[in-house]
Design a binder for this molecule. Sequence first.
Ligand code: NAP
Ligand code: ZN
Ligand code: ZN
Length: 351
Amino acid sequence: MTLTTPAYGVRSPTSPLEPLTIERREPGDRDLLIDIAFCGICHSDIHQTRDEWGGAIFPMVPGHEIVGHVAAKGSAVTKWEVGDTVGVGVIVDSCRECGPCKAGEEVYCEKVASYTYNSHEQDHRTPTYGGYSTRITVDQDYLLRIPKGIPLNRAGPLMCAGITTYSPLRHFGVKEGQDVAVLGLGGLGHLGVKFAKAMGAHVTVLSHSPGKKEDAKRFGAEFLTMNSADAFKDNAKKFDFILDTVSAKHDYDAYLRLLKMDGTMALVGIPEPGSIRPQSLVDERRRLVGSQAGGIRETQEMLDFSARHRIAADVEMTPIQKANEAFERTMRSEVRYRFVIDMESLRTNGS
Ligand code: NAP
Ligand code: ZN
Ligand code: ZN
């Protein structure tokens, strides 16, 4: 038995988002059925629906910034109750046996995690469908608890943009007093600024959008527009750490030269590939690293940290019927700073 569920998705890399019907599994013993309240629009939804990373699975229902409430639970579920406020991020399962899974780093599962969409369940056959839909069935071990105090419509983006910026700041040891730059003030970037500030860093936004200066200040950061050669020359060897969230192709060497000796640049943005000159790293013994979202344990840690520090996403709400426009505005770097779909729009008007 399956649960017929209204959704929005794409049928091919060149088709727009449109109403689709998908089948969800009935909750098994260890599953929860979640009524989705809100789902953020991540730039990865755009890359993947347009097959910019290759290997996409169609039809595709995107969405991995999901928050909602437990509507039903399986008989063996011990951790959750009907009515709990929960989140689902970028993965819904993993092998649970490999080193990374055992270490709580499930997103790095060696046998391939089940991503929330554009992926397969652990049977490696059944496609997964994401949060642009009214409900989702998830194993109890891959759910997150949304702490009281975070407004629910502003919590969804924490499930991907939040953990993807929190995790590298923590893992690469960003400390109080360090000079941290966040490259790109979008969905990821604005949360990266808030986390780095809360960790005590001195934060600067590096942007190609001058109009975002006031917002950067409101988030507690300095602001530099990187649209001239002088901007790069004047800020050479300034930063201990750069968090690169940019979604479009850009010059990695130019930004690496903004790092001090022994500085680290962490890539989280995934644009089309670009090249790097070895000297950009060699000259100042710099590091270039990358980072995915984060494991379940660290995602919960990030949510609790957010509640303590009153961190949530700045959002623009949209009905699902306007999701294609939201994609276009995100592409133009216009959104302030995350579109969030109110799933009530799909419940009351399925097309
Ligand atoms: P977003 O909201 O669209 O923000 C991206 C920002 O990049 C823009 O706001 C803009 O900031 C800057 N930018 C865009 N085009 C640019 C250009 N041509 N030149 C210079 N800067 C440009 O996207 P997002 O949702 O934050 O995602 C950012 C990237 O991270 C995407 O590639 C996404 O797929 C990736 N991502 C990776 C992971 C992971 O696991 N590592 C997880 C989530 C997302 P300014 O206007 O300030 O310049
Ligand atoms: Zn994402
Ligand atoms: Zn694994």
